[in-house]
Design a protein around this ligand. Structure first.
Ligand code: SF4
Length: 555
């Protein structure tokens, strides 16, 4: 196929299939599996925008395909893609190793094509990343739609937000294009169907590997954030200093509803709204609520909140669909730890949200907790299960998840830039350090931090114990079924064994098959059993019978 642009999502590590590495736990609370196979949603806005401007674009999720097909030959497949430009995402630092290796392979196979990286991490590390000889340019900042089009049509000189190679020199145009509205950059979700037709392969076209078994769509409602959680690379601090965004970009209620309607036209899959809708004011919440209600959706909707919302706000949100889920991340049951992390609200306000969500008839409220926080020691970390048990007395519609802050304190965040002020010690600084760390045999050794209260080993052990205790509580309360519970426990046991071996310098080669088997068998199953969000197969969720048939054909 001949394309103008091929957008490539790499696995976090290439080739993860050859090197034993145990990292399942760090991706447990997101749809991605352990190689972070979920492509950034920015790929869909980019593809939509470039297509609207007459370019032929396709997305290739190599990470998802490699997970689904262990014998998939990446190099052979890349040879078949003909494109003038290959765009690779390096948004999350966890792709530092995989993105660079895939860029190297693409340039070797297609020396005439441009190889361009983009995303927050490639922006943060741009002066190091541009030095790799096989990378032509990096588009900097949080938005690449117009710069990529300009680069293709007019070359780098006239492109904003770019660093590129010009003969032997490295040149840079400042980060000056920072859109303040997202309305122009909506997603045409039908692009995904066109993409399947182009690639004739469902796995490589999927937003993430388990999309076929548990599809979910997302609507980005904002870019930037007014909050300052200390380890977050998407915080106000990081956006202002590292990515030059001084104002939030907000999607209007009308644009949000348009995008939802586009998803609902083709599918009944659940829709996750990224960003707290209250940002932008109460009028925005009311308007979104009204427009979504008018759509009379069959889709389940999932909303996230950065602080507990009032009963009035919850009332508006409840009206948006027949089935509505809520998420909030208190991070810790302890208010002082939560406040130190940058989330200044009380347990009382959280518990009010729990009881309001019960009385208003929300399907579920999920609470997310984390290990690796300021002032947090082991006792506090593992007490999540106790707090969860207490809150379940208020509402049986409550669920909860706990995970380590892993693998990285985000480059550009407050704790990264001034670790001493927050009790953190940052152990990785150079881009190459990150690439090496991602090849570690256990996720503990990829962490880029310790805290004044726990070292890396203690963070890893406390995370595993907190997880085990919470999992057991959820099993006892009938939230997790027996099969998922046993698989998850088996994973924890293996995780502890690998950790112990790695710490004592004992090779883990004999565990490779078990790691591989368990990671593959259990990741999807555990995720389904732990039910991060409502799941049922893609074919059931697609409305049009012809499309359903197409999906069966390209599986
Ligand atoms: S973690 Fe905190 S700072 Fe980061 S996006 Fe969420 S609310 Fe904003």
């Amino acid at each position: 196929m001949k394309l103008d642009v091929a957008l490539i999502h790499p696995p976090s590590v290439y080739d993860f299939r050859k090197s034993p590495s145990y990292a399942s736990m760090i991706s447990e609370v997101i749809p991605s599996m352990y190689v972070f196979d979920m492509m950034p949603y920015g790929f869909l806005t980019l593809a939509t925008y470039l297509e609207k401007n007459g370019l032929n674009v396709a997305i290739f999720n190599l990470a998802a395909k490699m997970l689904k097909d262990r014998s998939f030959d990446v190099e052979k497949y890349i040879k078949r893609i003909e494109a003038d430009l290959f765009g690779i995402d390096l948004h999350w630092a966890v792709h530092a190793q995989g993105a660079i290796e895939i860029a190297r392979i693409i340039k070797e196979i297609h020396p005439e094509s441009k190889v361009v990286l983009g995303g927050l991490s490639s922006t943060y590390f741009r002066y190091e990343v541009i030095r790799y000889p096989f990378i032509d340019a990096i588009l900097t900042g949080d938005s690449a739609e117009l710069p990529l089009l300009r680069y293709i049509e007019e070359g780098p000189e006239r492109t904003p937000n770019i660093i590129w190679k010009d003969g032997g020199k490295i040149r840079e145009n400042p980060l000056s294009w920072i859109p303040e509205s997202l309305d122009e950059f909506g997603i045409d979700h039908e692009f995904l169907l066109r993409n399947v037709k182009k690639t004739r392969d469902l796995a490589i076209s999927s937003p993430f590997a388990s999309f076929d078994e548990a599809p979910i769509a997302g609507v980005i409602t904002m870019k930037g954030c007014p909050f300052n959680c200390i380890t977050c690379g998407g915080s106000r601090f990081a956006y202002e200093r590292a990515y030059m965004r001084r104002k939030l970009a907000i999607k209007s209620p009308e644009a949000i509803a348009d995008e939802v309607e586009g998803i609902a036209r083709i599918s009944k899959m659940p829709i996750f709204f990224v960003g707290d809708l209250r940002i932008g004011g109460m009028g925005r919440v009311e308007r979104v609520s009204k427009l979504l209600k008018e759509l009379d959706l069959e889709n389940e909707l999932i909303f996230e909140f950065f602080t507990p919302p009032s009963k009035e706000v919850l009332g508006y949100i409840r009206r948006t669909s027949h089935s509505v889920y809520l998420q909030i991340s208190p991070e810790s049951p302890f208010e002082d730890i939560r406040r130190a992390f940058g989330r200044p609200y009380t347990n009382q306000s959280l518990e009010k949200m729990v009881s309001n969500s019960e009385s208003l008839g929300f399907e579920r409220l999920d609470l997310y907790f984390m290990v690796g926080l300021p002032f947090q020691r082991r006792e506090q970390a593992i007490s999540v299960a106790d707090y969860f048990r207490k809150l379940r007395e208020i509402s049986k519609r409550l669920d909860s998840f706990v995970s380590p802050l892993a693998p990285f304190v985000d480059p550009g965040s407050r704790a990264y830039m001034d670790p001493g002020a927050f009790g953190y010690i940052i152990t990785l600084r150079d881009f190459e350090d990150y690439r090496r760390a991602l090849l570690s045999e256990h996720w503990m050794n990829s962490l880029n931090y310790e805290t004044r209260w726990m070292n890396r080993r203690e963070i890893a052990e406390a995370s595993l114990d907190a997880y085990e205790r919470l999992l057991t509580e959820r099993y006892l309360q009938g939230i997790v079924d027996e099969e998922a519970y046993e698989l998850a426990m088996e994973r924890i046991e293996l995780d502890k064994l690998v950790l112990d071996r790695v710490e004592r310098g004992i090779p883990i080669d004999d565990l490779k098959d078990r790691i591989d088997e368990l990671a593959r068998r259990s990741d999807a199953r555990v995720k389904k059993g732990l039910s991060l969000y409502p799941t049922s197969g893609l074919a059931e969720r697609i409305r049009n019978p012809i499309l359903r048939a197409l999906i069966t054909l390209v599986r």
